[in-house]
Design a protein around this ligand. Structure first.
Ligand SMILES: *[C@@H]1O[C@H](CO)[C@@H](O)[C@H](O)[C@H]1NC(C)=O
Ligand SMILES: *[C@@H]1O[C@H](CO)[C@@H](O)[C@H](O)[C@H]1NC(C)=O
Ligand SMILES: *[C@@H]1O[C@H](CO)[C@@H](O)[C@H](O)[C@H]1NC(C)=O
Ligand SMILES: *[C@@H]1O[C@H](CO)[C@@H](O)[C@H](O)[C@H]1NC(C)=O
Length: 399
């Protein structure tokens, strides 16, 4: 209902500002319920998307942040006639049925499947955190993929869409940025032992440089329990020269909001992850640990930059180029995610799409790398720093 009201409000606004000859037409179009609008023009019914499962154990309804994000996303699409619901009674009217695979219960599946419907495979986390086994999945159960992977039918951009990095018009902004950066490096970590073993990288780096560790895995706390506290935690980030944006797993295309937290606070991200950062983020805007042969070499580079403002400044050149005002430029909100799904279900001819082997697509082609760990004589674990290697070429699969 809130959705309809907002739509009607927008409609009303247009009615007021529109020129008189347009007035009757715009009002008629915008204030009619959409169903009626389509019926009267004998166009197809309003495309409906049904979110079948829960999302992280929460019902998919108005209070759910993913629901709000989807509604907002759909409303701002070039083609904005799609509606999303979590109401299972609307199954037969739905053009697409989404399953958050992590929350999937194999005993609660739709009782009836319309051959024209798309079943959508939805996941936002990396394969090691997917929980549900895909091996038990009936081959061909899904028609479309909707994940963070760039080779998904619908690329999810949940980690990106709210971030618009502050851009600069000239170098005077750098002066202020540099002035407040009194500390070297910070990390926010809440998951201590992860597949990427980022804890080992942190430990080793701390032998050379000062790193403040916030969150469950460090001594420092900054809990963003309120808007004010959240702003304070973010402000804290801007007082550091480097933000360690280490992902919990090293998988193809997997990059989360951490890197944006750094960009948003004018702090240089130091990244550890499996995404092709060069393809996704502005040139010379981050430091990738894969470009360094050892923790010592990385630490030395960070120390050098921290005492040389001219060298540090080169990591901000992109901020003067408006091309990078939305991050990452390759993933434009209006072409991917909810808009892409809406576009697919609006096609007059339903394309036949079947995914035969999602276990292989998700796990094998997800290319998660388990970093090597060695044991030092005194029993300490060490992350093995290897020269950068390119990930294996993706295999061609018939999905
Ligand atoms: C779900 O949809 C059905 C059919 O339109 C409707 O009768 C019912 O009230 C809806 N349930 C909720 C919780 O909105
Ligand atoms: C959906 O349609 C099928 C086939 O017409 C019917 O058997 C089933 O009861 C319908 N389900 C709902 C929830 O309306
Ligand atoms: C990463 O992206 C860049 C720029 O698009 C491309 O030139 C490079 O080959 C990619 N690297 C890998 C390992 O795919
Ligand atoms: C979706 O997949 C099912 C099961 O494989 C298939 O029967 C159906 O034709 C597919 N639907 C579309 C629209 O491709």
């Amino acid at each position: 209902m809130g959705w309809l009201c907002r739509r009607a409000k927008r409609g009303l606004w247009r009615c007021i500002v529109a020129l008189p000859p347009l007035w009757i037409f715009l009002c008629a179009v915008h204030l009619l319920p959409d169903d009626l609008m389509f019926e009267s023009k004998s166009l197809p019914r309003q495309p409906l998307i049904l979110y079948w499962t829960k999302f992280y154990d929460n019902d998919f309804n108005r209070r759910q942040h993913l629901y709000q994000e989807a509604v907002r996303g759909l409303r701002n699409c070039p083609l904005n006639n799609c509606v999303i619901t979590g109401n299972r009674s609307l199954l037969n009217q739905s053009s697409a049925v989404i399953f958050h695979v992590r929350d999937m219960r194999w005993d609660i599946l739709p009782a009836y499947r319309d051959p024209q419907q798309y079943y959508v495979f939805h996941l936002l986390e990396s394969p090691p955190h997917t929980v549900t086994s895909l091996a038990s999945l009936a081959p061909g159960f899904f028609n479309l993929t909707f994940t963070y992977r760039l080779d998904s039918d619908i690329v999810a951009n949940s980690y990106f869409q709210h971030y618009k990095p502050p851009m600069w018009t000239d170098w005077s902004s750098f002066e202020e940025t540099w002035r407040v950066k009194t500390k070297l490096a910070v990390a926010f970590v809440s998951n201590c032992i992860t597949p990427s073993r980022r804890n080992l990288v942190l430990e080793e780096l701390r032998e050379y440089i000062a790193i403040d560790v916030y969150g469950k895995c460090g001594p420092l706390k900054c809990n963003p329990t309120s808007t004010k506290k959240k702003a304070a935690c973010n402000g804290l980030v801007s007082t550091y020269k480097f933000f360690l944006a280490f992902e919990n797993s090293v998988c193809r295309d997997y990059v989360t909001e951490k890197i944006h937290r750094a960009y948003a606070q004018n702090t240089v991200p130091v990244v550890l992850g499996g995404a092709n950062y060069t393809a996704l983020f502005p040139p010379n805007s981050f430091i990738n640990i894969r470009d360094f042969p050892s923790a010592k070499a990385l630490a030395e580079h960070l120390l050098f930059l921290s005492t040389n403002s001219a060298a540090y400044q080169t990591y901000f050149e992109w901020k003067l180029n408006p091309v990078y005002a939305t991050l990452p430029s390759a993933l434009h909100e209006r072409q991917i995610s909810w808009c892409k799904l809406c576009q697919i279900i609006n096609e007059p001819e339903r394309k036949r799409m079947i995914k035969w082997n999602l276990e292989e697509w998700w796990h094998t082609m997800g290319q998660c790398i388990q970093p090597l760990v060695s044991v030092l004589p005194e029993g300490k674990l060490r992350w093995v720093w290897l020269p950068q290697t390119s990930p294996p070429a993706p295999q061609v699969l018939h999905l």
